[in-house]
Design a protein around this ligand. Sequence first.
Ligand code: KG4
Ligand code: ZN
Length: 347
Amino acid sequence: MVYKKKSIVIGIETSCDDTAVSVVNRNRNVLSNIIIHQKIHKKYGGVVPELAARLHEKYLVKAVNMAISSAKINKNQIDAVSFTLGPGLIGPLLVGASFAKSFSMGLKIPLIGVNHVQAHILSQFIKKGNLNKSYYPIFPFLCLMISGGHTQIVKVNDFFKMEILGSTLDDSVGDAFDKIARMFGFSYPGGPKLEYFSKNGNSKKFIFSKPLVKGLDFSFSGLKSHVMQFIKKKSKKNPYFVQNNLSDLCASIQRIIAEILLEKVKKAIADTGIFRVSLAGGVSANNEIIRHFLVLEKKNKKWEIFIPKKKYATDNAAMIAITGLLKYEKNIFDPINVCSYSKFQTF
Ligand code: KG4
Ligand code: ZN
């Protein structure tokens, strides 16, 4: 059978502990989006890199087969294979890279390495990928990239022309959520649990100080230490302090984080005169952070806020496949000896 080229791209994501594979088409529709969560890490309180790599090896072929069959395509219809080149855990990345390279050689299709952070930002270009808008953001726009690994404000001039305007000087915001959540006894990832327990809490009960960081940079290590000292002190007097105040503590921490993020974005808007702002990364799944941004959008008629659907905010392979598709359309391919990288380099 002869297949018509339809610009079908498969994306493989193995940068951390989720084995994810997705298939997209030239209309930017997601035909399939498979995620196999590795549950084993819960009992260790964080991701164990070697275990993650071994489990990617175990699950990846299954995830690829599931993605192809639920996309209702044949593997010979795939025009390019994209995969996460970095940043991330090197062992897990190498498993995805080796698979993608073999797949590319076997099917004689282009190989496309993708920067994971750039893919989070470009998840805005997934058809129907947005929670609150039915159209894509127009360039240039600002992106608040908030994940477990990164906290940045990025000016997106075009698909592959991005400038970092500000970054965290220490911990990422996702890391702050996870570490503070751990103090309360929540397993990794702590962000969603902290959000869950803050539901009926009084967010104004406890006041934590905001870091004083110049420009568009962030800092979250001070907040983490402040919370730790505060609960230590209070728990000395009352060993049940955390237990008795859990909802209010979670809500207060969540509110201060949302305010820190919003203040920096306001400054970025004032500095650049760009009123379109997208959110990206796992932390942008947080409803309180989303609410803070949408309240301001309502007040400021010029603002346009773009929020990714939750399944495209946290790690997923659809964002890798979409970035792969955008690169495929521009003939941006990688050689077979392209090397994975663990640390963020540049866009
Ligand atoms: O983007 P992501 O899935 O992986 C990285 O690239 O890092 O982000 C993971 C981070 C974790 O720190 C997790 O706790 C946080 O996103 N996260 C949340 C929520 N969902 C995920 N943080 C706060 N509220 C949430 N609902
Ligand atoms: Zn991510």
